[in-house]
Write a protein that binds this ligand. Structure first.
Ligand SMILES: [Zn+2]
Length: 436
């Protein structure tokens, strides 16, 4: 029952054409040249690109349990600021989202925040322990209608447990999102295994620890004819396995994070734990392979792995620091810098990789729609010719652990519309969609 009415003038659509877009009653009501509407709020977006609202398949919101690092509300604000209209809340909260009660709690908190859709992800195993399956069916049947299951943070290591999970989710077209990390090969690992880890004396994390699980799980998925999603792929070898699996018709999709599209393990030389992340930053060769794979579609989507951490868990010695970095507010700029400005992809592919494809993989209704009359107005406006400097003290997240502090990045997200209401307008967050 939105009375919000906006007329976007001069938008560049992802396909390069130009149009005015009228948003009313929560939907895209008109797309045409030279639209006039006496009742709408006029927004001049000349020179900006209008994208379907971004959909993140991999977000850590920390509520319940670590509200000091992030809440569903603060994470929603961070998402809206970054151009997102849907987030997927990972299950590694405290308590773990391994039952209907917790996923319904997170789902309701998302609705109360009201800035974007918060879709809870359910744990694959009870307590993320990798042994007994969680209440997958109850979570799927809950009001949160969970379809994506993940023990992210941990790998579902036991192949029999993984097989059972893959079989179980077939009933309702679910998907298992695997954090591919062979635990025996990564005991105490601190960073990518390579020449830099040897020089620094930090315990290495070999690429094969990721690739061995990807290989095993595409084979398992083929064997039981289920559906698999690989979280945060970081290695050139992992890309090759996924390419092979797709060529064989195995139902696998994959994601890459913005930070793995730009940063390398050379940054660990600073010993600054802001660059400590799981999976670790890899080599330049891996970064280039990931960009190519995303352009080709071997890697289907970009997902942030937004991982807020309190100051004390990041401002300490490297060995003691937590793994993870913020991602929501910089994701689109990093994709523009690494993929668009390098001419690997255009805005139509950005719309696919950050909105349409993730919504399709997770089955999110009302999200990831192409710009068309009658579609829910979940939209993002980015000015690609503007630049901004990342300031960790100005983020909307409750945490400050962005690795991009001080970076000048291309592309400013100016507006986000969630179900036809502006949640971000001229770069300012709006809780109720009113433009001051
Ligand atoms: Zn993970």
């Amino acid at each position: 029952m939105s009375t919000h009415r906006y007329l976007l003038k001069g938008a560049a659509l992802p396909d390069g054409s130009k149009a005015d877009v009228l948003i009313a009653h929560g939907c895209i009501e008109k797309i045409d040249l030279n639209l006039i509407d006496a009742h709408a709020t006029l927004i001049d977006v000349t020179g900006s690109v209008l994208l379907p609202g971004l959909v993140d398949l991999h977000t850590h919101l920390r509520e319940p349990g670590r509200e000091d690092a992030e809440t569903v509300l603060s994470g929603s604000r961070s998402g809206a600021k970054g151009g997102f209209t849907a987030l997927s809340a990972m299950a590694n909260t405290s308590p773990v989202a391994d039952n209907a009660g917790v996923v319904e709690q997170v789902f309701r908190l998302g609705q109360e925040a009201g800035l974007l859709d918060v879709f809870p992800i359910g744990a694959v195993t009870q307590g993320l322990k990798g042994q007994a399956l969680s209440e997958i069916g109850a979570m799927a049947d809950s009001i949160a209608r969970v379809r994506v299951f993940s023990d992210d943070g941990n790998c579902v290591f036991d192949p029999l447990v993984m097989r059972r999970a893959l079989e179980y989710i077939k009933k309702f077209d679910g998907v298992i999102a695997q954090h591919a990390q062979e635990p025996r090969l990564t005991v105490g690992s601190q960073m990518n295994e390579g020449s830099v880890s040897s020089i620094l004396g930090l315990k290495g994390w070999p690429a094969i620890a990721e690739e061995a699980i990807i290989a095993r799980d595409v084979l398992l998925t083929d064997h039981v004819k289920s559906r698999l999603h690989i979280c945060h792929v970081t290695t050139a070898g992992g890309v090759e396995i996924i390419r092979w699996a797709k060529a064989r018709g195995i139902n696998v999709t994959a994601e890459v994070t913005p930070h793995h599209l730009l940063l390398t393990d050379e940054l660990a030389r600073s010993y600054d734990p802001i660059f400590k992340v799981n999976p670790p930053l890899r080599s330049e060769k891996d970064v280039m392979a990931l960009r190519e794979a995303l352009a080709e579609g071997v890697i289907d989507i970009v997902a942030t792995d937004h991982a807020p951490h309190s100051l004390e868990s990041k401002e300490c010695e490297w060995q003691e620091a937590s793994f993870g970095m913020l991602g929501l507010e910089t994701a689109l700029s990093i994709v523009q810098k690494t993929m668009v400005d390098t001419r690997l992809i255009g805005w139509a592919q950005v719309a696919d990789r950050l909105s349409t494809a993730p919504a399709r993989i997770a089955g999110y209704q009302g999200q990831g729609r192409n710009l068309q009359i009658g579609a829910k107005a979940n939209l993002t406006v980015i000015n690609p010719s503007a630049t901004w400097v990342v300031d960790k003290d100005l983020v909307a997240s409750n945490s400050r652990n962005t690795p991009f502090h001080g970076y000048e990045l291309p592309g400013v997200v100016t507006h986000t519309f969630f179900n036809g209401i502006a949640t971000l307008c001229d770069g300012l967050l709006h809780s109720n969609g009113e433009i001051a």
